[in-house]
Design a protein around this ligand. Sequence first.
Ligand code: TYM
Length: 334
Amino acid sequence: MIKKKLVFSGVQPTGNLHLGNYLGALKNFVSLQKEMECIYCVVDLHAITTFQKPNDLQNNVLETVASFISTGLDPNKSIIFNQSSVPGHTELAWILNCVSRIGWLNRMTQFKDKAGSDKEKASVGLYVYPNLMAADILLYKSTHVPVGADQKQHLELSRDIAQKFNNDFNCKDFFPIPEPLIPKKVSRIMSLRDGTKKMSKSEESDLSRINLKDNADEIIKKIKKAKSDSEPIPENLSDLEKKPEALNLINIYAEMTRKNLEEVLNEVAGKEYSFLKTNLSEVLISEIVPIGKEIKKLLDDKAHLMQILKKGKEKANIIAEENLKNIREKVGLI
Ligand code: TYM
């Protein structure tokens, strides 16, 4: 039997989306919607595993929807909704809490990073976060999950949970084992201030990231201040790979100009970083600034964004309820 392909992914509404989200995830979301049925979720329940001010959370959910649409997602093609509006996510998360193993969760590096040194003070939600993520994916029997490299371990856990559920309840192939779709070149966009750390919403300095809402002056300033190297741009890839900040800038430039790293190196080898930075700022401004303008425009019409969420919720809920009926039956819940 040929299984239907279904794409699912989620983005946390924790403020400004940045270039890492865009190149690592959103661009892939957009190209996939041309080929497959896609469900894209604003994961508000994941966001509250660390404290969010209620008003900020509401605004950030709408801003994330606006970012989805501004980068090219079409609510008539893809299902776009917020996680808490479909109750099946939490119901399945509970069932999967009972399938997943403590030993598996103890290996999750993102929990260790986010919980910091005092794990006793982290919320229980943060600890079981990966089980909720598995529920998001499996609730729709998703087959493909586009994400950046930082989500790889969570995806592997989702696969283990799907497998264990299928074994425990003797229902081979009930949950498809979801395939991660991780872009090759830009799976991990790094901070502009430290090429060994990923670009992230949670890094304190705003200079570390390009936000989708940044204007041209902000982009120029951030790229100018981005850490690079005191020596000219290396001639070959192996030398470049020893310089994480330089590699990151060239990687971003290659992706934005749709060239491969070798082609870009041919263009810029031996030159000063200021040359690369000028070109990089230009391509970023031409692609990112219009997105930011569109986000701001969409945010002026909150009713329209709410309508997109409502329509998406209705469609998502139909698939979720149908699958949940079968899941409850498999588990023996009446
Ligand atoms: P989140 O909200 O942190 O990030 C959203 C997406 O952006 C990718 N990403 C990056 N890619 C490349 N370089 C970076 N510096 C970078 N930073 C972020 C992430 O990999 C992600 O694809 N747990 C998820 C949300 C989630 C989810 C799901 C994803 C919840 N349920 C189910 C897939 C399927 C998260 O926190 O993503």
